[in-house]
Ligand binder design. Structure first.
Ligand SMILES: Nc1ncnc2c1ncn2[C@@H]1O[C@H](COP(=O)(O)OP(=O)(O)O)[C@@H](O)[C@H]1O
Ligand SMILES: [Mg+2]
Length: 283
């Protein structure tokens, strides 16, 4: 890794952010990993590079398809020089399957399924769905389009534009997932605005951290699915550390590594495998 240029600004869960002037940021994708909303002290070798290269792969596809993104260039394989944009404080969620918080809301009768969708866990939605959650609050919360425009974050036309882009991104990622033998159950993307109020795709896209990928050959509707890369870590923490009953408080940062070396190596290999299967390129 090159020593990052610029002035250190802050660290998110996965990326370190530097201000390099001229309305640009340097994003350093690190090897940090979270599970159960807890930051582990263990690092997964090559994970940062996998996320950065996968995002770059999709951002490049976007530019060919006329979808504007923040990518300028990669100073090194785990670093991304990007346009600094005004963050739109929402996360845009695309869904192809009934899962996660959407399944919970369905069970509480808070959402209707598109007509023809089986009312069971992990069923395929008859049509993809786009939803919005808040971003800068302690817990992500679903937000209506009406509230997004009432808060003055986006106009109804801009919301439509973002929904259309999210569906195009979904199609783009579905193509690769299909070829790779993965199911893309759902994904999250973020957008910013430039000085002319143009909407631009930011952050990361198409990575195992921001998407739920399932192994297609193991898919069985009606039960919980293994998510491709992190499941082995989740399983270990639940079986060996009792996190299914007693996880640390969400948001906790652990100080000491707790994963066996073999599991760390295996997780690293899974991230690399995801990269290779999705892009069809050698890591
Ligand atoms: N082009 C950009 N301009 C401004 N902020 C950005 C841009 N791209 C990403 N970000 C923000 O930088 C942070 C990336 O770090 P990350 O570790 O993913 O954080 P988080 O813990 O919020 O997921 C996110 O808060 C994201 O919204
Ligand atoms: Mg993030």
């Amino acid at each position: 890794m090159n020593k990052p240029a610029g002035r250190y600004l802050r660290s998110g869960k996965v990326k370190d952010i530097y201000d390099v002037g001229e309305a640009r940021l340097l994003l350093v994708y690190t090897n940090r990993l979270s599970s159960h909303d807890v930051m582990l002290a263990d690092e997964i070798p090559h994970k940062g590079e996998v996320l950065c290269r996968l995002s770059t792969y999709y951002f490049s596809k976007c530019s060919i398809s006329g979808i504007e993104t923040h990518l300028i260039e990669n100073p090194s394989p785990d670093q991304m020089l990007v346009k600094k944009l005004f963050l739109i404080p929402i996360e845009v969620i695309g869904r192809n399957y009934v899962y996660g918080s959407f399944w919970k809301r369905f069970q509480r009768h808070e959402v209707k399924l598109p007509e023809g969708t089986d009312p069971i866990l992990a069923a395929k939605l008859r049509e993809p769905i786009v939803e919005f959650t808040t971003k800068l609050e302690s817990k992500d919360r679903l937000i209506t389009e009406k509230d997004i425009s009432t808060y003055g974050w986006l106009t109804p036309d801009e919301i439509d534009e973002i929904r259309t882009v999210a569906l195009r991104l979904n199609n783009m990622m579905l193509e690769d997932a299909e070829r790779a033998g993965f199911i893309l159950a759902d994904f999250k993307v973020e957008f910013g605005k430039d000085e002319n109020d143009k909407i631009v795709l930011i952050d990361e896209i198409g990575t195992p951290d921001g998407c739920r990928f399932w192994e297609k050959s193991k898919y069985q509707p009606g039960r919980a699915q293994d998510s491709f890369d992190k499941q082995i870590v989740r399983d270990y923490l639940e079986k060996e550390k009792g996190w299914n009953k007693n996880p640390p408080k969400p948001g906790t940062k652990l100080k000491e590594p707790i994963l066996p070396d073999q599991l760390v190596q295996k997780t690293s290999q899974r991230y690399i495998e995801a990269y290779e299967r999705l892009t069809g390129e050698k890591f």
